[in-house]
Design a protein around this ligand. Structure first.
Ligand code: MG
Length: 280
């Protein structure tokens, strides 16, 4: 889930606190794995919501999106031009859909938050399918660019520089500016903000103890959005397709660890020559 609003709290976790973040990340990832396996033509996003909730509760967690005031679901399911905070519904996924699935778990008072994008191929419309797949791929790569920069950054705003530079070098897509990543810990949404575009100042120091959700949110067209009458669903104003990928990531004394990746980010970071180190 992307941040709106501000909660003030110390942004650097102790080693003991970082260790508590690991299980929340693991349970979040289990839910994402189940969503990835279940997302296909004919499945509704409400059915996906139920699948994710069961996985999280069976693992001893709480769906933390349900802890956001006014939100009653486990996931946000953003289909096509719906870009973030879309409420699951009973519309079956259909060929040609691009859907981002955003989920989080709270375990023992600590939080994880992550998202994937899935494309439902349309054999009747290869161009649409390829367009959606490329949008997802560029967004996915932009997320890893941001995570890799976070691994080496001295200040946090370098992440937005890296994300936007990658997107603009590789596409004509737009990087949303209104919806951004965030610190994560005892709350899902904490300081500091994690911008996806260049921002004034350098941002806080990146050092051991900093945990953030890095989540590029990309439009194939305009970055202007509208909020639907449900007061949650954010939609690209010109109807363009959109994508989002997200991981929760920790810097610690030993290096970097991607809390919501099964391999800690090893595969995604390998092209950058970065080897993640488990939190000891
Ligand atoms: Mg988030």
């Amino acid at each position: 889930m992307a941040r709106r609003g501000i909660i003030r709290r110390s942004i650097y976790k102790s080693p003991a606190q970082l260790r508590l973040m690991v299980e929340a990340g693991r349970v979040t990832r289990l839910a994402l794995d189940a969503l990835s396996a279940a997302a296909r033509e004919g499945v509704t996003t409400l059915e996906l919501d139920a699948i994710a909730e069961k996985v999280i509760r069976d693992a001893g967690g709480v769906p933390n999106f349900q802890l956001v005031p006014g939100y009653r679901h486990t996931i946000c399911a953003n289909v096509n031009a719906d870009v973030v905070h879309a409420i699951p519904n009973d519309r079956p996924l259909q060929p040609g859909d691009i859907v981002s699935l955003d989920v989080g778990a709270e375990v023992n008072g600590w939080n994880g938050d992550a998202a994937i994008t899935v494309v439902i191929p349309d054999p009747q419309d290869e161009a649409r399918t390829k367009h959606a797949q490329r949008l997802s791929a560029v967004t996915h790569s932009a997320m890893w660019e941001g995570i890799a920069r976070f691994a080496r950054a001295s200040h946090l705003n370098e992440v937005g520089d890296a994300v936007s530079a990658y997107v603009h070098a590789n596409s004509k897509y737009g990087v949303l500016e209104e919806y951004i990543g965030h610190g994560i810990g005892r709350s899902m949404h904490e300081d500091p903000p994690v911008f996806n575009v260049p921002s004034p100042g350098r941002g806080p120091a990146v050092k051991a103890g900093l945990c953030v959700a890095i989540e590029p949110i990309i439009s194939a067209g305009t970055i202007d959005t509208v909020i639907q009458d449900d007061d949650w669903t954010v939609t690209i104003k010109d109807g363009s397709l959109s994508a989002q990928w997200e991981h929760s990531v920790a810097r610690h004394e030993g290096g970097i660890w991607v809390l919501t990746a099964e391999d800690g980010g090893a595969a995604g970071l390998a092209p950058f020559g970065i080897t993640p180190v488990p939190i000891a």
